[in-house]
Design a protein. Structure first.
Lengths: 305, 150
């Protein structure tokens, strides 16, 4: 058995709560030093469940990378996207008894599981962007963000957070998530509702019958919730204005306008709180949502059905 | 036939082929139980049938993904008129951004890609297994967000 060197002993003493990260200077490969007890405990755990950490890390990386190059996102949306990304990577606090841990990949997962505990998770927060919230909620959000940042600032970039840091940050972060979820659901529900009502009114101008229904959408961050949808009956066929998702790549919401029963559709995407009708072809520019574009799109869909 | 439909049909053809071969292998196993020497004439052993069975899903998942990727690249070049050859991960992201693909659909397709890579490249990325049925559903759903024609 190899004995610990003095510098390693000191490093371990200075970090009693988390595993010690060491680097092999020849290969630059990173290793985590864990106690025999922790290792035995982890080795005994099965690894047959879905690895949510892996998926979450991928999702988070993709979202952050795609958002970084998207100048259309305002600061409020950037903040919300960051919270959402971190919220998805957040499963349970990382401790030695977390299920799914496997000795081969333990170190990597340990690191990933606290990847949400970084200032990046609340990056883009500007209290002024939330002036539409009631003042007590504004204060609660600000306090939670400040509290979270204070804890995140104490986590070294090259080592996992301690249990105490995780616990403190988690309490702040859960408050942030709760406020943001509520805000997004309200905002998204209102945007979809407005779109549906406009379509219903414009359909009425054409003498088309409409029927309002509701559908359920499920999102990893927002959970399951209801939104309105609109069935449009014309003399030439039926269509459905069908909300698809709040979170889409490159926009802040997506509704399909489908012709039934083929479900050939046109995308109606939301950017900067405005709706645009996207062309059916791979190229062409999105057209702003208006009575004219709505009627033209319905006509075109029915013609090609 | 419309391009998107044609590509989806090719993916469905792979799925049908997978189901046929799965049935055939199950029948073979039944036959081997009554006649263990069945494969001897072909200089094969029952263990070879076991391996074929174990690798079946992975083999067809790799084929399915290849068809999906070929379709995406066709759309990228001939539909979106892009002269570049991005890596598959970036291709998925770029198409998703152009077609407002919901995050979850994009993530599921990326998960299939990661798993496919782990099958093809030994010692590649850690990946959660994806069943053939889920892969077909995820890739088909992503592909359905492409334009009808290109």
């Amino acid at each position: 058995m190899i004995e610990l060197t003095e510098p390693l002993q000191e490093a371990l003493d200075s970090q009693p709560d988390g595993p010690l990260q060491v680097v092999d200077p020849r290969t630059m490969k990173t290793y985590f030093l864990v106690s025999a007890d922790a290792y035995k405990q982890m080795s005994a755990l099965p690894d047959d469940g879905p690895d949510m950490h892996e998926v979450a890390a991928l999702v988070e990386r993709n979202m952050r990378e795609s958002d970084a190059g998207d100048s259309s996102l305002d600061t409020r949306e950037v903040f919300i996207q960051n919270v959402r990304a971190a919220g998805q990577s957040l499963t349970s606090p990382v401790e030695a008894d977390v299920p799914h841990l496997n000795p081969q990949i333990t170190a990597e997962r340990w690191q990933r599981a606290t990847s949400w505990l970084t200032p990046q998770s609340v990056e883009g927060f500007d209290p002024q962007d939330f002036s539409d919230l009631p003042p007590p909620k504004q204060q609660e959000l600000r306090r939670a963000v400040d509290g979270f940042l204070a804890v995140a600032a104490t986590v070294p970039p090259n080592a996992p957070a301690t249990k105490q840091q995780v616990r403190k940050a988690l309490s702040h972060f859960r408050r942030i998530v709760s406020i943001v979820q509520h805000l997004v659901l309200k905002e998204w529900g209102s945007a979809v509702g407005k779109l549906i009502e406009e379509a219903a009114s414009w359909a009425g101008n054409q003498g088309w019958e409409v029927k309002r229904e509701t559908k359920q959408l499920t999102d990893k961050f927002l959970g399951t919730y209801e939104v309105p949808e609109l069935l449009i009956h014309t003399l030439k066929g039926r269509l459905l204005l069908d909300p698809v998702a709040r979170y889409v790549v490159g926009a802040t919401g997506l509704v399909d306008l489908c012709v039934l029963p083929s479900y050939d559709s046109v995308m109606i995407g939301r950017k900067d709180d405005r709706w645009y009708v996207y062309p059916t072809s791979a190229n062409g520019s999105p057209q702003p949502w208006s009575e004219r574009t709505f009627v033209d799109t319905v006509t075109e869909l029915l013609k090609n059905a | 036939m419309k391009e998107r439909q044609e590509r989806l049909e090719r993916m469905r053809a792979i799925e049908r082929e997978f189901r046929i071969v799965k049935i055939a292998i199950n029948r073979l196993h039944e036959s081997l139980r009554t006649d263990p020497a069945l494969l001897r004439a072909e200089q094969l052993k029952p263990a070879d049938a076991g391996k074929a069975s174990a690798n079946l899903e992975a083999t067809y998942l790799i084929r399915l993904f290849a068809e999906f990727e070929a379709g995406l690249r066709d759309a990228w070049e001939n539909g979106f008129h892009q002269p570049t050859t991005p890596r598959t991960r970036e291709l998925l992201e770029a198409v998703a951004a152009r077609r407002l693909v919901p995050d979850e659909i994009r993530d599921n397709a990326q998960a299939v890609r990661v798993y496919r890579n782990s099958l093809v490249h030994e010692g590649g990325e850690d990946a959660d297994p994806v069943t053939f049925d889920d892969a077909r559903k995820y890739l088909g759903t992503f592909f359905s967000r492409l334009p009808l024609n290109w």
